[in-house]
Structure formats: structure tokens, C-alpha cells
Design a protein around this ligand. Structure first.
Ligand code: UFG
Length: 330
């Protein structure tokens, strides 16, 4: 039986497809290519260009293939945009999840691994954050992910669809061979933006806020390597296969790095200074987001391998160096 990866042409989806194939799984990708890249699609897999809001298209995939489980990465991700365009996010993310779950239940597919986010917590009351902490999103993106989690929970109770929701902290890095990596348009994430400076694509990096209640005044995040995230999905699949109970898990390293520390680490990796400027805070940024990743380690038997932020940045640098225009040139 195969794994259907919705959003398999995107950043985390494409890395997970690769790990699934390496684990010997049969994989099928569904992606509408609105933000994903055709060049990121693994040539070894069957690809359906389709939107998760298109129930007929999903049911066709379920009819033509024996699908054991769905990995659901297909969602909009940019928190700032979600504040401006909340309905765009509720439509694709929430309504998309509804249609996907309808198609799954109508076709008897009973396992889903869902890409949730640390954004479900909003401004945390304490760090490290654990899974039982308050969930109070501060933007429509986080709200959409929380509603999607809740939707799956109710469908689990009513129709028995089993799930693992994985709450990613800051996904970063790229495959070690540099063949797939991060390519968002527009790019809003810290590490790729920092690396655009030495690539000559940007004059400087702006640090959003230097007056946060943190040791150096800049925001602290938990940067988790994309291949470690991908591995967690395989662990989650095997956990469900082994009869594990449906649940939500944080995916992070448990270590926080400030924006300034990330810039310093990037300078060490590339061996050059990176021009920076100090700007005002970006609306909606919590001061500190650090995961307690204990539950995923214990229950899912997940072991992240990238424990050093310089190593993480080095894989990103390798990818951006080899592909300064992302997938465009491919
Ligand atoms: N930052 C800058 N300058 C920039 C870009 C970012 O200082 O040019 C700062 C941000 O203010 C933040 C940190 O770098 O403090 C990280 O920002 P990112 O945009 O890379 O990541 P976020 O923490 O905002 O968000 C990421 C994902 C979200 C997810 C969230 C959960 O993009 O989808 O992690 O932790 F919800």
C-alpha cells in the first residue's frame, strides 16, 4: 500500500518524500503547485497535480491507488499574509482539511499525519513549551492549524480516522546533498534571508526588534532541521501502524537561538561578515519559542540528528549556493 503525500512538492513535503522512499515506502504525491515546485517532485513517484479542495480528484487518487495513510503538508504558511488575508488561509487550510477528511472517510483511508505548527500556541506562558500548554494562536495561520487539529480529533472520535499532529517549530536546512531545499516566494524566513546577503541577492539582513526580553534583545527560536522533521513523520507512521494512540507532538530541538546568534553562526559557516541592520519588531512575533521535544522522543522514538545550528545552516548554505535561484533554474 502507498502513502499519499499532499504537498509533496513543497519544502518539508519533498524532504519527507525522500525519507519515505529511502525507508522503502511506496509514495504518491498530490500537489497543486501553487507554492510547491515541479522540480522538487521526486521522479520516482507518481504525481497528481490536484488541489486538496477538489474532492473528486482526491477520490480518484484513492480509487486508482491503495492508500494506507495520508501525509498532509498542503497548506499556506505565511503568518504575516494570514493577518492580511485570513479567509485565504481558512479556505485552503481549514476547508481543504475538511474535503481531505471527507474524501478519506468516504474511501476508507484511516490514518493521517498532519503538519501542524508551533503557531498553535501563540505567545507562550513559558518555555520550553509542552503539548499540554495553552493554545491561543495570535494569527489566522496558527488558528487555521489549530482548527485543523481539532477537526481531525472530532473525525477520529466519530469515524475512527487515526492521526498524529506534528507541531513544527522553525523548519530549516536542506538535504545534505544540496539537491532539494527551501524556496519560498516571497521568502520570509530568517536563515534563507540571511544567506541571500552573501549570495549578493540582498544588501543586508534586517533584525526585527532588538528590545525583546531576551539576553541580547532579539527573538529566540528553536531551529529544527528539515530532514529531522521528515524522519519524525516516518516515526509517526510506524507509531500509528503499531497501534499508537492518536495525539499531537512538538518537533523541536529544545534549544533556542536568538536572531543575532543565528547571524553569528551563519558568518562562521560562510567565513565572512554579513551586513545587518536593526529594525522594528515584526507584528505578532513572540519573544521566545522553544519546544519541549521530549514527548516525540519518548513516544514516537524520534531522534533528531542535527543538534548543532551551524551544521543546520551549512546544509542551507550548500543548497542556496548550488541553487541561488532556487528551483527556477532547474
Ligand atoms: N526575522 C528577522 N529578520 C528577517 C526575518 C525574520 O529578524 O528578515 C526574525 C523574526 O522576527 C523571528 C525569527 O527571525 O524572530 C524567525 O523568523 P521566521 O520568519 O524565520 O520564522 P517564524 O518564527 O516567524 O515562523 C516560523 C514559520 C511559521 C511557524 C513558526 C512556528 O515560518 O510557519 O515558525 O514557530 F508558524
Amino acid at each position: 500500500m502507498a502513502i499519499l503525500v499532499c504537498g509533496g512538492a513543497g519544502y518539508i513535503g519533498s524532504h519527507t518524500v525522500r525519507q519515505l522512499i529511502e525507508a522503502g515506502e511506496e509514495v504518491i504525491i498530490a500537489d497543486n503547485l501553487s507554492t510547491g515546485h515541479r522540480a522538487a517532485i521526486n521522479p520516482a513517484v507518481k504525481f497528481y497535480e490536484c488541489d486538496i479542495r477538489d474532492k473528486a480528484a482526491l477520490k480518484k487518487i484513492f480509487a486508482e491507488n491503495q492508500i494506507e495513510a495520508v501525509f498532509h503538508f498542503a497548506a499556506y504558511i505565511e503568518a504575516g499574509e494570514s493577518v492580511r488575508l485570513p479567509l485565504k488561509f481558512f479556505n485552503n487550510n481549514v476547508y481543504g482539511m475538511q474535503i481531505l477528511l471527507e474524501a478519506m472517510t468516504e474511501c476508507g483511508v484511516d490514518k493521517i499525519i498532519f503538519s501542524s505548527s508551533a503557531a498553535v500556541y501563540g505567545e507562550p506562558e513559558r518555555v520550553p513549551i509542552d503539548e499540554l500548554d495553552k493554545t491561543e494562536p495570535t494569527n489566522p495561520y496558527g488558528e487555521s492549524k489549530l482548527i485543523m487539529e481539532k477537526m481531525i480529533r472530532w473525525v477520529n472520535a466519530a469515524q475512527g480516522v487515526r492521526y498524529v499532529s506534528l507541531r513544527y517549530f522553525n523548519a530549516s536546512g536542506a538535504s545534505e546533498d544540496g539537491s532539494i531545499g527551501e524556496d519560498h516566494h516571497p521568502e520570509t524566513h530568517l536563515i534563507p534571508l540571511i544567506l541571500q546577503v552573501p549570495l549578493g541577492k540582498r544588501d543586508h539582513i534586517t533584525i526585527f526588534g532588538t528590545d525583546y526580553p531576551t539576553p541580547d534583545g532579539t527573538c529566540i527560536r528553536d531551529y529544527i532541521h528539515v530532514v529531522d522533521l521528515a524522519d519524525a513523520h516516518i516515526c509517526a507512521l510506524n507509531y500509528l501502524r503499531g497501534g499508537g494512540k492518536s495525539d499531537a507532538f512538538n518537533l523541536g530541538t529544545g534549544h533556542g537561538f536568538s536572531v543575532k546568534e543565528i547571524i553569528d553562526a551563519a558568518e562562521k559557516v560562510i567565513g565572512r561578515k554579513i551586513k545587518k541592520e536593526f529594525g522594528i519588531r515584526r507584528a505578532g512575533d513572540p519573544a521566545r519559542l522553544i519546544a519541549s521535544g521530549e514527548k516525540a522522543r519518548k513516544v514516537l522514538k524520534w531522534t533528531p540528528h542535527f543538534d548543532d545550528v551551524e551544521k543546520i545552516i551549512a546544509t542551507a548554505w550548500n543548497w542556496h549556493n548550488l541553487h541561488p535561484n532556487g528551483y527556477e533554474e532547474a
